[in-house]
Design a protein around this ligand. Sequence first.
Ligand SMILES: Nc1nc2c(ncn2[C@@H]2O[C@H](COP(=O)(O)OP(=O)(O)OP(=O)(O)O)[C@@H](O)[C@H]2O)c(=O)[nH]1
Ligand SMILES: [Mg+2]
Ligand SMILES: [Zn+2]
Length: 387
Amino acid sequence: MAKNKKSKKIRTALKKRHQTRQRTGDLTREFQQHGFEDESPENRERVSGKGDLTRHRTVVGVAADVDDTGLQVRLNVDGSDTIAGRVLRVHGLESIVLAKNGNEYRCAIRGLLRNMDTGQRNVVATGDRVTIRPEPVTDSADRQQGLIVRIEPRYGVISRASRGQQHVIVTNVDQIVIVASLAEPALKPNLIDRFLITAERVGCHSIVCLNKSDLIDPAELQPLAGIYGQLGYHTLFSSATTGQGIEELRTLLRYKQSVIVGQSGVGKSSLLNAIDPQLKLATAHVSKDNQKGKHTTTGASLIAIQSGGFVVDTPGIRQFQLWDVIAEEVAGFYREIRPFINKCKYPDCTHVHETKCGVKHAVADGLIDLRRYDSYCQIREADESTR
Ligand SMILES: Nc1nc2c(ncn2[C@@H]2O[C@H](COP(=O)(O)OP(=O)(O)OP(=O)(O)O)[C@@H](O)[C@H]2O)c(=O)[nH]1
Ligand SMILES: [Mg+2]
Ligand SMILES: [Zn+2]
C-alpha cells in the first residue's frame, strides 16, 4: 500500500518536470558548455553567473528528468552535504564510488532514481559521474557508505541490447579499445565490426588491437589489419606475453577515458596488467577443450592508470547485439560503404537484395572489402539491429 503511494508521487513529479522541458534542456547545455558537472550545486551557481543563479534555484529540490533516450537522469538536490564522484563498479543495487576526496564509498541509489523506469537494466552504470551523500556508517570491510543522489548527464555511452532492453556497459568514455585475439580464441572479425558500429554511433574514437601476436605469424593477418587501418581506425598488433604494442597502447590510453572490450579470453585484463603492472587484475587460461575464455572478469570496472587516465575493463561477451541502431542506419556506420549509398537506384536500398545498388557495384569492383560487406549483410538480414 505504502509502496503504491510512493510510486504515484514519483509519476507526478516526472510529469511536472516535463512541462519545464525547455529549461532542463538549457541547463543540460550549460552543463556541457561550461563543463562544471563535477562541481557541487553551489559552485555551479558561482561559475555560471547571476542569470543562471536564479534558474538553478528554481530547480533545486525538483524531482527528476529522464530524456527521450533514457540516458540522462538529473536530480537536483541541496548540495550542502554532498560530494562529486565517479562510479567504479556496480554490484546489483550497490555501487562503489570514488569520491573527489579520494575515498571510496559503497553507495545505494536514492529511491527516486532507483524507481524510475528508464528501460535500462541498471539506473547507475560504471563510469557515471555522480553526486553522493556520505553516511556516517562503515561496512564490515570498513568502507564508508553513501547514497547516490544525482547522476550527471552522460556522454560516450556504450550499450548493447540484452533481451530487448538497453544494457549500458559503460558511460563517459572517449575511446573504445576493441581487443581481438589472433588465436585462442579464434578471431571473430564480425564482432570487431559490431563494436565499430557502436563507436561510430556514439562518436567514440576506436582502436583495434589484435592481441596474442606471439601465437601466430602476423603476416597472415596483415590484410585484416590493413583494412581497418585504411578506414582510419588505429590498428595495432600486441602481445601481453612478449610486450609487443604495450608501449603504444600505454600512450594511446594516457589522459583518456577508455573502455576495453572483446571476447572472453582475448587478453583484455592481461593487456591492462602489462600496461600498468600495479593493477594485478585476475586473468585465466583459455579452456583447452573449446578454446573459449573463462569469463574471468565479471563486471565492468573503472580503473585509474598510473600514467594518467581511466580505463574500464569489461567482461568478455560472446555476442554483441546492437542497441539503438536502426537497420537503415547500419550502412552509414560502415565508413567504406557510406560514400556509395547515394549511387543506389532506390533511396530505400538495403544493399543486400537489390541489383542496381551502388554499394554492391563497389564490392564487385573491389572498392569495399568482401568480408566487411558480408558482416554488413549479416546484421541487416538478422534484423536485430533495430531496438
Ligand atoms: N600467448 C599469449 N597469451 C595471452 C596474451 N594475452 C593474454 N594471454 C592469455 O590469455 C588468457 C586469457 O587472458 P585474460 O587477460 O584473462 O583475458 P580477458 O580478455 O580479460 O578475459 P575475460 O576477463 O574472461 O573477458 C590468459 O591465460 C593470458 O595469460 C598474449 O598476448 N599471448
Ligand atoms: Mg578479463
Ligand atoms: Zn544499395
